[in-house]
Each structure stands twice: as structure tokens, then as C-alpha cells.
Design a protein around this ligand. Structure first.
Ligand code: FEO
Ligand code: CA
Ligand code: CA
Length: 654
């Protein structure tokens, strides 16, 4: 059987455009309010001599908010950019690969060793770390405590590289290979412990768990039991097998992990013409896919038309109970979920902020119907099953509105193709189009300031299509055409209450090179330059940490020439000073952030070290780009969690 020889098994970012809706982007309406002079001030007119957008917040405006216990500055010396094939951290810090792809997860009586030639079996892979570690969270042991030396790490394995996963790559394609790939995705839960100065993965552990693309999970919320969620294998529309393409994450105050399904549509293939819903979510007939559809009919949309509707959700996992069934919460909407940043409203309702990572997609917020009661963990487990989903509209004057996505309101009814709340949620993107949400430059991670109620940040990683002929033009919130460096948004909820319907927004920083002579390439930061911010999280002291994901084909090239390998930075909001804390090995992105409660240990993930620019790895030469972390030219590069401590045991960043 002849096959295309170049299946792309990576497609980490679906950065193509699915949103061709005609809902006005901001600048269509802005002209009614803004003079050309104002546009010039904001730097949104192509070719004009520009200053940074007026909505970049001045350091003075931050003075009040930063008064609590936030440090006034960072305590480490910014490191240089690096193109070396290693992890670099500032002097006084130690970084060590800790849980690599193929390391045993710690299941009792099942601790398979990693084979460096890709020959681990499908069953072995189900008991080992998956590939492409991404979002991650810390949970102290026991439940309810805050021990900084003993806990669980739950983490995502976002995608796979079949050139590394198999000894012979994609040759002799068959169902067993697909199953091994499915076992290399999903989630790991590992038990970790600090003994003396050293962190170890506890093996075996009663908590150790791998969740894969075939682990049963329960649906909750309005789309459960909907006709569009039913399949032959699940005629009730209530039990889905697995989660996949899990990108970033969240964690709840009641000690559960949230994992977010991002580029799931890359896995589904439909040979017949896609319908409007499938098109809006980017399902195509492309053979440049994972090829699971060829041998596992669940991923052929022609064979199993409703299966794609069962992906694109946020999944809640109880890491403290390895027997628990994960739940897919349909109330939080269906899109290409980047992460789910959780906070509590003034009245203790639960709020989740979520980005949809694709060019010109939206930022969402969910507010639970019921309130969190810390003494009722079981009841808390249902909080994400019922509530209101909103989508963000960023107005040109720095105000913003959360537009409710509620059946029967704002045109979200039969006239626009929604017959129920369940249907609306399955078609979340289409509903957001109807209400006129603002098209953003690829919303990635969102972080809530732990020291300033209602103060929220979101990375907009990049959007090279912004302002192109026939594409959405620049607007105040996405102010640069051909936005290759991205920016970080900030907003403050009205009355500092995360449940508010309105907010005020500004831009924290524009990515790029501060010294560039090209105004359009200028970064607005002082200190370490960066672009394509992706990972974003506060530590317990209110320091904001930023991780970059410049695509493998662009690392240290083109617009990113001289900027080195992907990196991690820190800033104290309000200072506009950015320091480079870590640089990664070749071909990787930096992602995943988890601090222990004492802020003295930081876990991060190195994803896809050695990834070639535009293709999967060559199984005949898998170390062409990187040998990290093992340094074995005859081995394979391996995604890995990295544990970072200060050599003197001090607070990270101090
Ligand atoms: Fe998986 Fe949007 O990064
Ligand atoms: Ca990401
Ligand atoms: Ca990414």
C-alpha cells in the first residue's frame, strides 16, 4: 500500500486559522471612537513611527498592588542567551533532569527500564513516562497538607514524535504502533520526595498512575448525553475513552489536577467534506497527521462521526486517588484548550480562565454556579459541572466585557444553530463568534496574581497572520501586524472580583528585541529579551515566571536570530525588568511550572529536545539536533521534568 512518506506527527501548535467568522474584530468598531492620532499613539498603524501602545501599563500604576509581600526585585543575575545543548541556570542554582520519557512511573511490580533504541513495547510504555511533558502541578502529601518535601507531580504528555518512539519510525505502520503512541500521550502522576539534599521519584508508589488515550472518563455538564456526544461504543454519551494533546493545566483548591485538550483535531481525519462544525475546529482530510485513523476507526471521522465532539474539553483528575475516574467537564466549553487557571470569586464561586490557542481565537472564563466550601471536598468535585461560560471582548478604550455563552441569550438559539446549552458548548467557538468576542493572537497560559485579587495575565504567543490581507487587522489588544514575538496581556476584574462581568485591560509587555532599530520588532521589556511567551505562572511570592516556545523551525533563526534556545524568565510585575533564569537544550521548548509550597524547589519541563525544524525525528539519526539529557550520541533525546534548587537551599528567585 502506498503512503505519503512524510507524515507530520508533531503539529504541536495548530497555528493555522479556523476562525473565518465575520464577527467584528476590534478595529472595525474602533474607528468610530478613535482618531488616527490615537492609533498613532498606540502604534497600531503599519509603517508609522510608533511608540508602545498607550495601554502598556506604567510602572507607577503598579506601586499599590506590589506593596504586600512581593519582593521589589529579583535576586539572581540574568544569564546569557544560549545555543548549547544543555540546561543553564544562574550561578548558585542546580538543575537536574528528573523524570524523563521512558522512566518508570512507579507502578507496583511494573518498572520497565527505558531502552535507548526505541524498542520498549506498547505495554512497557504504559508504565513509563510519556513523551513531550507539558503542564504540571504539585500536590503535597498527605491531602490537605503543605509539606514542601513530599508530594505528587501530575503532568501532561502533550504529543509524540514517532521518529523517536519507534526503532524504525513509521515503517510497517500498524495498530500496535498506534497503541504505543496512545500510551505515550496522556498524564503521569508520580510521587516525589526530598531526602537530604536530593529529590527522588518514589518507586513503587501507591499513587503512581498513567492516564492514556484509552483510559475511561466520565462526561459531566450540559453536553453529557447530548446526541452529538453519542457513539456506537457509548450510546448514552457519557463515557469517553481517554484524553490527548494535553497542553497546559490548572489545579483546584480541593487538590485536583486539570488537564486541557489542545490540538486534538490534528488526530482526527475526515476524508469526506467536513461540515461547518468540523471546519471551525480544523478537522481536515490531511494525511499529514498521526495516522491513527488508518487502523483505529475511532479517529476516522468518516467511521465515527461524533468521536471528535468528545475531545476539546478540560479534564479533572484526582491525583490522590489512582482508582478515581477522570471527568471531562463540558460546562467549561469545547475548544483547543491551552490551560485552566483557577481562582475564587469574592463569594467563593470557582472561576476558571482559559485560552483557545489558535490564531484569532478567544479567551474564556467559567464561573461556577455553586460556592466552594473547603470542608466539603466531595461536593467541590462537582463545582466545575455547572456554571456560566463567558468569552472576552476587549474594547479599544481599555475596558472589557465578559459575554455570556448561554442558550437563549444574545442570539444563541435555534436561529444560529443552537438548540440547547449542551449543543452550544459542543460548538463553543461558533457561539463565541455569534456574540462578537475579540479575536486574539493565540491565547496560551493564563496566570492569576496570588497577591492582587482579580488581576490576571495571559500570554499571546504570536500571530504572523495578524494584519495580513484578508485576515483580521490589528486592534488595541493585538496591536502589531505580523506579531511574530507575541505579547502578554493583563486585566483587572471590576471590583477586583473574578466573577465580574467587566474588566479593565492593558498590555504588560510586548515580546521582541528592545534594542531593535525596527520599531515593529522592538520588545518593550527592560533586561532580557524574549518572544513567543507560552508558559506563565506566579510563584508563591508574586513573582511572575514566563517560559518561551519559539517553534523548532525558528529557534535562533529568522526574526529570532541571536535569541538562542528557548528560555524561562522572571519579572516582578510593575518593574518591567525581565531576567533570564534558564535556557534549554537544542530544539526544545520550556514549559510546565510547579513550585513547592516553600518556594524552594521548582519543577519545570523540557519538551521535545532535539526536535528537527519541520519534521519528525529521523529514527536513523535521532540525535541529529540534541543528545539531551543523557548525552548519548547513540541514544535518543528525551523530554524530561527538571528539578531546580538553590545550592544553599534558599528561595527560588531570591
Ligand atoms: Fe500546547 Fe498552545 O501550546
Ligand atoms: Ca503551550
Ligand atoms: Ca507549546
Amino acid at each position: 500500500m502506498s503512503r505519503p512518506l512524510k507524515p507530520l506527527f508533531k503539529q504541536e501548535h495548530s497555528d493555522e486559522i479556523s476562525n473565518r467568522s465575520a464577527n467584528p474584530v476590534f478595529s472595525d468598531v474602533a474607528s468610530a471612537f478613535l482618531s488616527r492620532r490615537r492609533f498613532l499613539q498606540m502604534g497600531v498603524v503599519a509603517g508609522a513611527a510608533v511608540s508602545f501602545p498607550a495601554l502598556l501599563k506604567s510602572p507607577a500604576a503598579w506601586a499599590v498592588e506590589s506593596a504586600i509581600s512581593r519582593p521589589s526585585s529579583l535576586g539572581f543575575t540574568s544569564i546569557a542567551v544560549s545555543t548549547d545543548d544543555t540546561v543553564r541556570v544562574p550561578e548558585g542554582y542546580v538543575a537536574r533532569p528528573f523524570y524523563r520519557w521512558g522512566d518508570a512511573v512507579g507502578l507496583k511490580g511494573n518498572l520497565p527500564e527505558f531502552k535507548t533504541d526505541g524498542s520498549n513495547t506498547t505495554d512497557e510504555q504504559a508504565a513509563q513516562a510519556g513523551m513531550h511533558h507539558d503542564g504540571m502541578a504539585w500536590f503535597s502529601l498527605p491531602l490537605g497538607g503543605d509539606d514542601p518535601h513530599h508530594g505528587l507531580l501530575a503532568m501532561n504528555h502533550e504529543y509524540i514524535d514517532n521518529g523517536l518512539l519507534f526503532k524504525d519510525g513509521v515503517a510497517n505502520w500498524n495498530l500496535d504502533k498506534v497503541r504505543k503512541g496512545q500510551n505515550a500521550m496522556g498524564i503521569s502522576v508520580i510521587e516525589v520526595k526530598k531526602e537530604g539534599d536530593s529529590w527522588t521519584v518514589v518507586r513503587p508508589s501507591e499513587f503512581a498512575r498513567r492516564i492514556t488515550v484509552n483510559t475511561p472518563m466520565k462526561l459531566t455538564g450540559p453536553a453529557k448525553h447530548h446526541a452529538l456526544m453519542k457513539t456506537e461504543a457509548d450510546p448514552q454519551g457519557e463515557t469517553v475513552l481517554g484524553t490527548m494533546q494535553n497542553c497546559a493545566n490548572g489545579h483546584t483548591p480541593w487538590g485536583t489536577y486539570l488537564t486541557c485538550e489542545e490540538n486534538w483535531s490534528d488526530i482526527f481525519v475526515k476524508k469526506a467534506a467536513p461540515n461547518a462544525l468540523e471546519k471551525r475546529y480544523g478537522i481536515s482530510d490531511s494525511d499529514e497527521s498521526y495516522r491513527w485513523n488508518e487502523v483505529d476507526p475511532r479517529f476516522s471521522v468518516d467511521a465515527t462521526p461524533n468521536e471528535p465532539n468528545r475531545f476539546g474539553w478540560v479534564v479533572e483528575i484526582d491525583p490522590y486517588n489512582p482508582q478515581s475516574t477522570p471527568r471531562k467537564h463540558t460546562a467549561l466549553g469545547r475548544f483547543k484548550h491551552e490551560g485552566a487557571a483557577i481562582t475564587l470569586a469574592a463569594d467563593n464561586r470557582v472561576v476558571a480562565y482559559m485560552g483557545d490557542d489558535q490564531k484569532f481565537e478567544y479567551i474564556y472564563k467559567f464561573v461556577s454556579a455553586n460556592k466552594y466550601d473547603a470542608s466539603q471536598r466531595e461536593a467541590a468535585m462537582d463545582l466545575l459541572s455547572e456554571g456560566t461560560l463567558y468569552v472576552a471582548k476587549f474594547n479599544e478604550d481599555g475596558s472589557g466585557t465578559w459575554l455570556p455563552l448561554v442558550y437563549g441569550q444574545g442570539g444563541l438559539d435555534e436561529s444560529n444553530g443552537f438548540a440547547s446549552q449542551g449543543e452550544l458548548l459542543i460548538k463553543t467557538r461558533l457561539a463565541a463568534d455569534v456574540v462578537g468576542a475579540t479575536k486574539m493572537d493565540r491565547p496560551e497560559w493564563i496566570a492569576v496574581d496570588p497577591l492582587a485579587a482579580g488581576s490576571v495575565y495571559c500570554t499571546l504567543t504570536n500571530n504572523s497572520d495578524r494584519g495580513k490581507e484578508g485576515k483580521a487587522p490589528v486592534d488595541a489588544a493585538n496591536p502589531r501586524a505580523n506579531n511574530v514575538y507575541g505579547h502578554i496581556m493583563h486585566w483587572t476584574e471590576e471590583n477586583n472580583d473574578p466573577a465580574s462581568g467587566a474588566f479593565k485591560w492593558d498590555i504588560l509587555v510586548l515580546g521582541g528585541k528592545p534594542d531593535s532599530a525596527d520599531e515593529k520588532a522592538k520588545g518593550s521589556m527592560n533586561g532580557a529579551e524574549f518572544g513567543s511567551a507560552d508558559g506563565l505562572s506566579f510563584d508563591h511570592r508574586g513573582v511572575l515566571w514566563i517560559q518561551t516556545d519559539v517553534s523548532s523551525s525558528t529557534i535562533n533563526k529568522k526574526a529570532y536570530e541571536g535569541m538562542g534556545n528557548n528560555q524561562m524568565l522572571a519579572t516582578v510585575p510593575g518593574t518591567n525588568e525581565y531576567r533570564r533564569f534558564l535556557t534549554g537544550p537544542r530544539g526544545c521548548e520550556i514549559t510546565g511550572i510547579a513550585f513547592t509550597p516553600d518556594n524552594r524547589t521548582l519543577f519545570i519541563n523540557i519538551q521535545h529536545p532535539g526536535e528537527p525544524g519541520d519534521d519528525i525525528s529521523d529514527p536513523a539519526n535521532p540525535t541529529a539536533v540534541s543528545t539531551w539529557p543523557d548525552g548519548d550520541k547513540n541514544g535518543r533525546p528525551r523530554s524530561s521534568t527538571v528539578v531546580i534548587v538553590k545550592a544553599d537551599g534558599g528561595i527560588i528567585g531570591s
